[in-house]
Design a protein around this ligand. Structure first.
Ligand SMILES: [Zn+2]
Length: 88
């Protein structure tokens, strides 16, 4: 994902396609998708199913649930996280 080169990865949400075919969150080896914890990126990831597409997996309820939970935590006007242009 384009986000990955803009941010410190340790602060980003990480989704992993596990070798088993399942979905991992935060850790595990496998193809990874990163979403930064900013409102535009979280919303964009949900709307455009970016995690699922990036990992090339069928839709998984945990992806949207995780993005929604993070959105609830993000400050709407956080100057550090909220002002970067969403990556298209
Ligand atoms: Zn981002």
């Amino acid at each position: 994902m384009s986000c990955a080169r803009l941010k410190d990865r340790t602060r980003m949400l990480r989704f992993v396609r596990l070798a088993s075919g399942g979905l991992g969150l935060g850790q595990g080896f496998g193809r990874s998708a990163y979403v930064c914890r900013s409102r535009p990126c979280l919303q964009d990831a949900r709307r455009r199913k970016r995690v699922r597409k990036s990992l090339r997996i069928p839709d998984h309820p945990a992806i949207d649930a995780t993005l929604a939970a993070e959105l609830d935590k993000v400050e709407p006007d956080n100057p550090e996280l909220g002002q970067r242009s969403p990556v298209v």
